[in-house]
Design a protein around this ligand. Structure first.
Ligand code: BYC
Length: 337
């Protein structure tokens, strides 16, 4: 449903953006640039400029933490799922998100940043994660809407990342996108069942869509004109499609899906623009977005506290795993002696 981004051509103008004031060795830099220009892949053992490494660690950190914190709003509904079937699906989905976080922490390890360093950044409040997870999940329809719209937005953003210039990140994204596709469909199907139910159920779905729509549009990040990292990220083939272009693709893909569901999207300015061949849409509240990104959304403190507690509660598991590994190591050393 969202795979059209696989075949989008890169904008040649992006390749013209060169890093200013680089102090990296010219010969290595030229080889790196040639690889990027030829749409090659950079692997962990390859030389890369420090700024490229830093950009990747920053983006992968934001992404990994989003997956892990993203487990929390839906995790809250596992014990309240309306049937055994929905509970089993939700458990599998939340577990998948945990797995995505682990692939991404592993990708960051190949760049020299350990999982402990990443988690320290998250738990101390320094590292970012997606704004969308700082809003409450008030009823069961929210869980369906997260699948449909939040996972839908995530796939739209992540399909182009399967072609990211850094090999381990790109390869991790292939499996992540397949799983996200299942997540999106289960959410949409759960909503289809609800909108065919009672009026109260339909109203719940509409209410959830009203609360989540604008927040999902903001997930794609600030407008291109206010996005400090976009030009360089695209030059390096880390990002393949800009924040605004992905947002537009998401709006265009979602409007017909909303029609099938029979819900309205809460934007009076939403309309098909024949000339552009796209939907026009209204203004996103960027002040609210930045307040949330900077720690002042409705659930930031609660999410962070829950995450830190989960980490602390899991200390005994890490200790036990380390003790077991030490014992195995001692045994194999003894056998070898
Ligand atoms: N929320 O110059 P920009 C999922 C930050 S979850 C928070 O455009 P960039 C799922 C940005 O980090 C999957 N912060 O940056 C899980 C940067 O901050 P710093 C989520 C945001 O990196 C469970 C600053 O704003 N997907 O699938 O070029 C259940 C300037 O932005 C946000 C990903 O994370 C935001 N929405 O582009 C359901 C995808 N937007 O570093 C679903 C991976 C921007 O300067 N990430 N910021 O402090 C990306 O593709 C890119 O990092 C972004 C931003 C498009 C998000």
């Amino acid at each position: 449903m969202y795979t059209q981004s696989f075949s989008v051509q890169d904008d040649p103008a992006q390749k013209a953006v060169k890093q200013v004031g680089s102090t990296e060795p010219a010969e290595l830099m030229a080889k790196f640039d040639a690889c990027i220009d030829g749409d090659g892949r950079i692997e962990p053992q390859d030389w890369m400029p420090e700024a490229y490494r830093k950009t990747l660690v920053r983006q992968i950190s934001q992404h990994a933490h989003s997956e892990i914190v993203g487990m929390l709003p839906e995790g809250n509904w596992i014990s309240r799922a309306p049937s055994l079937k929905r509970k089993a699906i939700l458990i599998a989905k939340v577990q998948d998100e945990g797995g995505h976080g682990l692939y991404l922490y592993s990708a960051a390890e190949t760049l020299g940043t350990s999982r402990e360093q990443m988690l320290d950044g998250l738990h101390s409040g320094k590292a970012k994660y997606s704004s969308i997870f700082n809003y409450p999940t008030l009823n069961w329809a929210d869980v369906g809407v997260i699948g449909w719209l939040v996972d839908g937005a995530a796939i739209m953003n992540q399909i182009p990342l399967c072609r990211c210039s850094y090999g381990p990140y790109a390869r991790a994204m292939v499996r992540v996108c397949k799983e996200e596709s299942f997540h999106q469909r289960q959410g949409y199907e759960a909503l289809l069942v609800m909108v065919r139910g009672s009026q109260a159920q339909k109203d719940m779905v509409q209410d959830a869509v009203n609360r989540y729509w604008w927040k999902c549009l903001a997930m794609f990040g600030p407008p291109d004109s206010d996005s400090p990292h976009s030009a360089q990220g695209m030059r390096w083939g880390i990002k393949r499609i800009s924040n605004d272009d992905l947002r537009q693709k998401f709006v265009d893909a979602t409007v017909p899906q909303a029609r099938v569901l029979g819900v309205t999207l809460p934007d009076p300015d939403l309309a098909w623009n024949e000339e552009r061949g796209h939907h026009d849409y209204g203004q996103i509240d960027w002040d609210e977005f930045w307040a949330t990104v900077n720690g002042n959304g409705p659930c930031n403190k609660e999410r962070l506290a829950t995450r830190v507690k989960a980490h602390e509660d899991g200390q005994w598991v890490r200790d036990a795993a380390m003790a077991y590994a030490r014992k195995q190591q001692q045994r194999s050393t003894k056998e070898a002696a």
